[in-house]
Design a protein around this ligand. Structure first.
Ligand code: PSU
Ligand code: MN
Length: 301
């Protein structure tokens, strides 16, 4: 059997009936450089606490599932090199063999479900990669959204991906794709993508109701909430698109494949924008955590 270790804070939240919000750990190990990664997670955890929600960063350490990481664990994940990036395919293998790894959106959803946490906030989801018709590179995050009934709050999928194909795939798989307060799906660094939002929602209670009804009707799969980056933090698409294009060309010429694609592109964009992409990334994660807390509070009523 697997072993779940909860932080003292999460155990306390369960006893007192406090809402819990899940956070992923791959964003720390593969999504952002040190020290901004640790600053980001400390900031978003404090945002959650201020809102009366207990944050639980999820990870696998020495074969145990961790729900809530303490300071030492967070620091360790933020500074350690070569931590495994776990998804649906390899999380059970890692746990069974005493390994350590960070959880992607897919793996975080799996653990959140096991731990009874309904809402998870992050930056961006994985999706259908550009050139997927050749590479077949489609993130397991999409398959997980189709199977696991957790609310995922993200800022849309970023333009390193093929956005129209990503959202077509989600529709085919029956995932509820919600635009929060917008008629157009956001595209991570930018607030617009040109893609109309399938479902528009303007209040967290509507999202809570949506998840409850899916469960009542036994409709498997989750709800993806697309929350646009705050206006003052946005990088307009005309500025970011050429940079993304160059990063994609670089990845192709260096034969980057499989799990390495997303971290490689994030780093290439970070270098090319002199860090501006990271500032935007952190702002949108904070914004998503705020909304994730509001949804978790609604579901806890
Ligand atoms: N997008 C980001 N930052 C990230 C990721 C995506 O802006 O850190 C991470 C998430 O953990 C996501 C994973 O689940 O990358 C997707 O990886 P892949 O494309 O290999 O499935
Ligand atoms: Mn992939």
């Amino acid at each position: 059997m697997y072993n779940i270790i909860e932080s003292a804070e999460v155990t306390k939240a369960r006893k007192s009936g406090t809402a819990i919000l899940a956070l992923e750990s791959t964003i720390i190990t593969h999504g952002m450089p040190y020290p901004q990664n640790i600053e980001m997670v400390e900031k978003v955890e404090s945002i959650a606490r201020e809102k009366g929600v207990t944050p639980a960063t999820l990870a696998v350490i020495d074969g145990a599932i961790h729900v809530g990481l303490d300071q030492d664990h967070l620091k360790d994940f933020a500074t350690r090199k070569n931590v495994a990036k776990l998804s649906r395919a390899d999380i059970a293998h890692c746990i069974a063999n005493g390994g350590t790894g960070a959880t992607t959106v897919a793996a975080t959803m799996i653990i959140a479900k096991l731990a009874g946490i309904d809402v998870f906030a992050t930056g961006g989801i994985g999706g259908v990669h550009q050139g997927a018709e050749e590479s077949f590179d489609i993130s397991a995050d999409l398959g997980e959204l189709a199977k696991t009934d957790v609310v995922v709050v993200a800022a849309g999928a970023k333009a390193i991906l093929d956005l129209p194909k990503t959202f077509e795939y989600l529709e085919t798989q029956g995932v509820a794709v919600i635009g929060y307060g917008v008629d157009e799906l956001p595209a991570f660094y930018s607030r617009t993508s040109g893609i109309p939002t399938p479902l528009r929602v303007d209040h967290p209670s509507e999202i809570a109701a949506s998840l409850r009804m899916r469960r009542a009707m036994n409709i498997e799969g989750g709800v993806l909430v697309n929350n646009p980056i705050p206006i003052d933090a946005e990088i307009p698409s005309k500025d970011i698109l050429p940079i993304i294009k160059a990063a994609l060309t670089k990845a192709k010429s260096e034969n980057i494949t499989a799990k390495n694609v997303t971290p490689f592109l994030l780093d290439a964009i970070y270098q090319a924008t002199n860090g501006a992409s990271l500032t935007a990334n952190i702002a949108l994660v904070e914004n998503n955590v705020r909304l994730g807390c509001d949804i978790a509070l609604e579901l806890n009523k």
